[in-house]
Design a binder for this molecule. Structure first.
Ligand code: IPM
Ligand code: MG
Length: 376
């Protein structure tokens, strides 16, 4: 499907019809995507916005349909979009496929091709859900961490090889960073810290890795140009411990691709469920918004998935790509009110709350947004 040529650079961005590419993907991806689109349509109705949605195959379902996890038509649509919403990819069905042909390789190719080198993952512990956090109550309050994960380099994109001997008993994954790659993501992290509490913690393993030494040297040098940001460095092992012991000390965290992947799952656990955390991936072109969780194949088709990570990703899209701050907040605050009222998805249920499925959660959220709009 193609978008009509309706862009006009003279019209302010917030007034034009936004072209949103949907990549639902595999497992629970299609279910949570339907919930997010419902919420966006509700938001459009209430604020008089216009969105144009176009869905494309991506990941395992695209392998099944076309033989490729990122078909050319999907990539072309992504390049032409104003923003991209992505569900999740992968599943046991494609486990036997070689690494380079797996659904995940489509995700990595999308990140690399669109040069999505910044990945913002906000770990916000939401007050109504403190009881779900594995942290003691006094440690759970006031945790709002913005993880800035580098997304287009590191061991993810170095050479992966088996051999050279044909036995298959030796494997190598190469980790590479250049100064320029560190600078461009660090620039964003410094700016993010400046717009928040002015604290930036950069995470590395510079006592062991040369890429980390380059990372620390580069970030330290840039720190001199940001006098309003209090910069600290932590080794990744210590950072993992600090995140559990005293997470409220953190404001913005800057990490490499691999460390960021691991630590943001830890962060999601602190928030109470990995189903809650959204993300934005951006670079010079259109940004991709996706929850940080996987495709959860065992939950697919049962209406038990938590759509909140996907819905909050859509809210991030409104704010970050379209400048629609009020509209994003209307979604985020409605999510908090729904949680506070005791409506819970199966992964967030607690004694005294009511369990609802993915579809009903979206229904309740839309009803809450409509009622807030009437009272505005
Ligand atoms: C994530 C995921 C991906 C990653 C996988 C699916 C390739 O875990 O977005 O965190 O490792 O980056
Ligand atoms: Mg991950």
């Amino acid at each position: 499907m193609k978008f009509p040529e309706n862009s006009n650079s003279d019209i302010p961005m917030t007034n034009t019809k936004k072209k949103i590419v949907l990549l639902p993907g595999d497992g629970i991806g299609p279910e949570i995507m339907r919930a997010a689109v419902r919420v966006l349509k509700e938001c459009a109705k209430e604020f008089g916005l216009e969105f144009e949605f176009a869905e494309f195959p991506f990941g395992g379902c695209a392998i099944d349909a076309t033989g490729e996890p990122l078909p050319g038509e999907t990539l072309a649509a992504c390049r032409a979009a104003d923003a991209i919403l992505l569900g999740a990819v992968g599943g046991p069905k494609w486990d036997a496929v070689p690494l380079a042909k797996r659904p995940e390789s489509g995700l990595l190719a999308l990140r690399k091709t669109l040069q999505l080198y910044i990945n913002l993952r906000p770990i916000d512990l939401r007050a109504p859900l403190y009881g779900l956090s594995p942290l003691k109550a006094d440690r759970a309050s006031g945790v709002h961490i913005d993880f800035v994960r580098e997304l287009a380099g590191d061991i993810y994109f170095g050479e992966h090889r088996v051999g050279p001997d044909p036995s298959g008993e030796r494997a190598t994954d190469e980790a590479v960073y250049t100064t320029g790659e560190v600078e461009r993501v660090a620039k964003y992290a410094f700016a993010r810290a400046e717009s928040r509490k002015g604290r930036l913690v950069s995470i590395d393993k510079s006592n062991v890795l040369t890429t980390s030494q380059l990372w620390r040297r580069t970030v330290t040098r840039m720190g001199a140009d940001h006098p309003h940001v209090k910069l600290e460095h932590l080794y990744v092992d210590n950072a993992a411990m600090q995140l559990v012991l005293a997470p409220a000390q953190f404001d913005v965290i800057l990490t490499s691709n691999m460390f960021g992947d691991i630590l943001t799952d830890l962060g999601a656990a602190l928030a109470g469920s990995i189903g809650l955390i959204p993300s934005m991936s951006c670079g010079p072109g259109p940004s991709v918004y996706e929850p940080i969780h996987g495709s959860a194949p065992t939950l697919a088709g049962k209406d038990v998935a938590n759509p909140v990570g996907m819905i909050l990703s859509a809210a991030m899209m409104l704010r970050e790509s379209f400048g629609l701050k009020r509209e994003a907040e209307s979604i985020e605050s409605a999510v908090d009110r729904i949680f506070a009222s005791g409506i819970r998805t199966p992964d967030t249920v607690e004694p005294g709350t009511s369990k609802v499925g993915c579809v009903e959660f979206a229904d309740r959220l839309c009803a809450e947004m409509a009622s807030a709009a009437r009272n505005r």
